[in-house]
Design a protein around this ligand. Structure first.
Ligand SMILES: C[S@@+](CC[C@H](N)C(=O)[O-])C[C@H]1O[C@@H](n2cnc3c(N)ncnc32)[C@H](O)[C@@H]1O
Length: 221
């Protein structure tokens, strides 16, 4: 029988020892080691950033000349420069305009570890999670620099294959990664590491990204 998930596993202990706010930091660390999505001096948008573990890793990689903006529905306890945080809904229609006016868009990397509050109803959680991933993809295509990278959490199952195809249409290179820290949790989550947005690909239909129309669906909770 598979071992039950222990929330205080070796990644939890390692995070505590290294002063990282979340064990999920090791997922981004592994992705970074393998694919170098974060570069010194780069600008990074981190969607679904609370409590701030990914921001910590991203800040370490981009260094003092870089910039990391963490966005979450939940407030994030202050982080030192080069990180900044906003309380905002990824679905809000103002977010794109605000990223451009105050958020230093465009970015070298857009990261999304967005996850809905789980309802316990499998199909509902999967659909909400995919909505969040779709929203992150649409935003990334609006604010990524040419040659930029997009990392997004997705749950296997449901419409995963369709989402993967959409990402492959939008980026030249897409890899599916299951970090060790996800395996240790027995989670069905994977991360798509998408690099080099193709020019002239429209953001996928779905939640509005113009910053001008009505509110999109689902707050992910
Ligand atoms: C798995 S946690 C992120 C952990 C983070 N990467 C870290 O290392 O600390 C997922 C986050 O997504 C956020 N979230 C869910 N729906 C959201 C939305 N519509 N807009 C912004 N954040 C959202 C949740 O509040 C939660 O903090």
């Amino acid at each position: 029988m598979p071992k039950p998930y222990n929330p205080r596993d070796r990644f939890y202990e390692k995070a505590r020892k290294e002063g990282l706010r979340a064990r999920s930091a090791f997922k981004l660390e592994e992705i970074q080691k393998r694919f170098r999505v974060l570069r010194p001096g780069g600008r990074v948008l981190d969607l679904g950033a609370a409590p701030g573990g990914w921001c910590q890793i991203a800040a370490r990689e981009v260094g003092a000349r870089g910039f990391v903006l963490g966005v979450d529905l939940e407030p994030i306890a202050p982080l030192p420069p080069p990180s900044q945080t906003w309380v905002a809904d990824a679905f809000s229609t103002e977010l794109l305009l605000r990223l451009r006016s105050e958020g230093r868009a465009p970015y070298d990397a857009v990261l999304s570890d967005l996850a809905p509050k789980t309802s316990g109803i499998h199909g509902v959680d999967e659909a909400r999670s995919l909505d969040l991933a779709g929203r992150a993809l649409a935003l990334s295509l609006e604010v990524l620099k040419p040659g930029g990278s997009f990392v997004v959490k997705v749950f296997m199952g449901g419409d995963f294959d369709a989402f993967l195809r959409t990402c492959r249409r939008a980026f030249r290179q897409v890899r599916v990664v299951r970090p060790e820290a996800s395996v240790a949790r027995g989670s069905k989550e994977v991360y798509l590491v998408c690099q080099e947005p193709r020019r002239g690909v429209d953001p996928p239909a779905g939640p509005d990204t113009s910053g001008a129309a009505s509110e999109g669906p689902g707050r992910g909770s």
